[in-house]
Design a protein around this ligand. Structure first.
Ligand SMILES: Cc1cc2nc3c(=O)[nH]c(=O)nc-3n(C[C@H](O)[C@H](O)[C@H](O)COP(=O)(O)O)c2cc1C
Length: 209
């Protein structure tokens, strides 16, 4: 991987909204000075297959990246869920932001409980204990009290709960513009304030990427 100024972890789990993960990864694949560790849960792979119509084999990182992004970006590194010895499973490896997108209620609950059983749970736990940026793009409706309490719990621990809850005041005409609204919010929380998507969405321009 090339020398990077900012290091991110992107974890894709089994909530509906694989398009959000595809768009975020597509933007980060083109971003300069960015390194991305990519993770996907079993359920995340299933939803990606169903919602994106792609074939994804979790044992083969290239197939995950091709299925999700359409390419194997040089600044991406695929991490296996069971590799709890990966670099960012330790707090000494600095991750600027970890994004779980989309984030299922199951993953939310496990992060809220601090189980640390998979690399997604461990990575999130490390971000919280190191007081670093953790962004959970949760999606479910309606919400049970358990889910609401789990969100409150992770928010108290320092996570940013960013529901996949698009606005419509920019008058989107396509699904891509709806997706960009949410991904633009994620990019801002990551510190990617110059995110192209956000500028385009703010100007009400069509998606050109
Ligand atoms: C097509 C499909 C859509 C789903 N959508 C959601 C959802 O929006 N939110 C959610 O919390 N779970 C959703 N689920 C259920 C989760 O995938 C399931 O709870 C899974 O165990 C989550 O595992 P993970 O957290 O390890 O990814 C969906 C499942 C499928 C197959």
């Amino acid at each position: 991987m090339a020398v990077a100024k900012r290091t991110y972890v992107v974890a894709v789990t089994g909530a509906s909204g694989a398009l959000y993960a595809r768009r975020l990864c597509g933007v980060l694949a083109k971003a300069k000075g960015v390194r991305v560790h990519l993770l996907m849960s079993e359920a995340g792979a299933r939803v990606a297959r169903e919602e994106l119509g792609v074939s994804v084999d979790l044992a083969d990182g290239a197939s995950v990246m091709r299925g999700l992004i359409g390419e194997v970006p040089r600044n991406f590194r695929y991490e296996r869920l069971e590799d709890i010895g990966a670099s960012f499973a330790s707090g000494t490896y600095v991750v600027d932001a970890m994004v779980v997108i989309p984030c299922s209620m199951g993953t939310l609950g496990r992060i809220a409980s601090g189980t640390g059983a998979t690399l997604i749970e461990r990575g999130a736990d490390v971000q919280l204990k190191e007081r670093r940026n953790l962004i959970l793009v949760v999606r479910e409706t309606p919400l049970s009290l358990i889910a609401i309490e789990n969100m409150a719990r992770v928010a108290r621990a320092g996570a940013c709960v960013l529901p996949a809850m698009p606005g419509y005041y920019h008058l989107p005409k396509t699904v891509e513009e709806v997706v960009d609204f949410v991904v633009g919010k994620v990019l801002v929380q990551m510190g990617e304030k110059q995110g192209q998507i956000r500028r385009r969405v703010a100007r009400g321009e069509p998606d050109g990427q």
